[in-house]
Design a protein around this ligand. Structure first.
Ligand code: KG4
Ligand code: ZN
Length: 337
């Protein structure tokens, strides 16, 4: 089964061609093209929605053409087309969904609408057998910080989520306060390695008794701390703020995963989304999983950040379950899983 998948949910235009084994459902990724818009949004320190959708509109055809070129397959040769239908920026989602619907209609190819979060949850199956069910999945990205209990393909139970900012959003906002580039996560990750994580005791919102998260107080604490510092900020200060901020985020993420595992009794843990490529988070999760005698699954960085291959994974399982989308497929900015 050959699936073309598209993701235009945020600021990356991505298309991927994935071949699935009919019986065991194992994927073989033939292409995974990602065109980043970071340069366009960098000068604003965050994503400008209208610029993002206009750029998707320019890039969608070249990106799909490049993804299709690897196999020299015409569009008619596809078994199906899968597209991310939310959550995300509505103007961006509309570009990918309209394109996918046009291809599906004109070439008479089945269409599957896929939830972006489902894509992240299933990204752990792209490079190997992946975890056995059930598993707990932490999705930690620029738009989301959520914990799900994954009981099977298409069977997801929300355990907790951020009540305000997503962890990646906090990384990006703190990076902006420090005068670093966008996206801020990779920069803070790099600087934190040379900083002291105990230099500044930033607050941790553990929200006891729940598996929810909150990161806006931490962001405000960093802003308040920086207000009292002389400018321009020295290199050592920037590294210490990066390390201390990161320690506060990771303490909460790791502790909450531990609580989720205890609460559900699950032995398999997955971490997905852009922040999952953070080196200190991966190390901290590995240490915690070893202590708890749990198996940990984290995709390679290319499959942590937004990519269309993960949407193909969701599309395959939706189609296998007979969940086809019709011409009425309509993206939703706040689509629930
Ligand atoms: O999953 P993703 O590509 O897009 C969303 O669905 O949001 O995640 C992007 C987020 C950004 O906030 C970026 O700063 C963060 O992931 N990120 C990182 C790292 N790499 C990307 N955060 C911390 N450490 C990293 N190494
Ligand atoms: Zn994402």
């Amino acid at each position: 089964m050959l699936i073309l998948a598209i993701d235009t949910s945020c600021d990356d235009t991505s298309a991927s061609l994935v071949e699935f084994h009919e019986e065991d459902g194992r994927p073989r990724i033939l292409s995974n093209v990602i065109s980043s818009q970071s340069e366009i949004h960098a000068k604003y320190g965050g994503i400008v929605p209208e610029l993002a959708s206009r750029r998707h509109n320019e890039l969608i055809w070249p990106v799909v053409s490049e993804a299709m070129a690897v196999n020299k397959t015409p569009l008619e040769g596809l078994s199906a087309i899968a597209v991310c239908m939310g959550p995300g920026l509505i103007g961006s989602l509309l570009v990918g969904c309209s394109f996918a619907k046009a291809v599906s209609f004109s070439k008479k190819i089945p269409l599957a609408g896929v939830n972006h979060l489902e894509g992240h949850i299933l990204s752990v199956f792209l490079e190997g057998a992946g975890p056995g069910f059930p598993y707990v999945c932490l999705i930690v990205s620029g738009g989301h910080t959520s914990l799900y209990l994954v009981e099977g393909f298409l069977h997801y139970r929300l355990l907790g989520r951020s009540r305000d900012d997503a962890a990646g959003e906090a990384y990006d906002k703190v990076a902006k306060l420090l005068g670093l580039g966008y996206p801020g996560g990779p920069e803070i990750d790099r600087l934190a390695r040379a900083g002291n994580p105990k230099a500044i005791p930033f607050p941790r919102a553990f929200l006891p008794g729940t598996l929810d998260f909150s990161f806006s107080g931490l962001k405000t604490a960093v802003a308040n701390f920086l207000k009292d510092q002389p400018r321009p900020y020295g290199q050592e200060l920037v590294r210490d703020v990066a390390a201390s901020f990161q320690a506060a985020v990771l303490d909460v993420l790791i502790r909450k995963c531990q609580w989720a595992a205890k609460k559900t009794g699950v032995r398999n843990l997955a971490v997905a989304g852009g922040v999952a490529s953070n080196s200190a988070l991966k190390q901290g999760m590995r240490d915690m999983a070893r202590k708890m005698e749990m198996q940990l699954f984290v995709p390679s960085p290319a499959f942590c950040t937004d990519n269309a291959a993960m949407i193909a994974m969701g599309g395959f399982h939706r189609l296998r379950a007979g969940e086809l989308s019709g011409p009425g497929l309509n993206p939703q900015a706040a689509l629930k899983l």
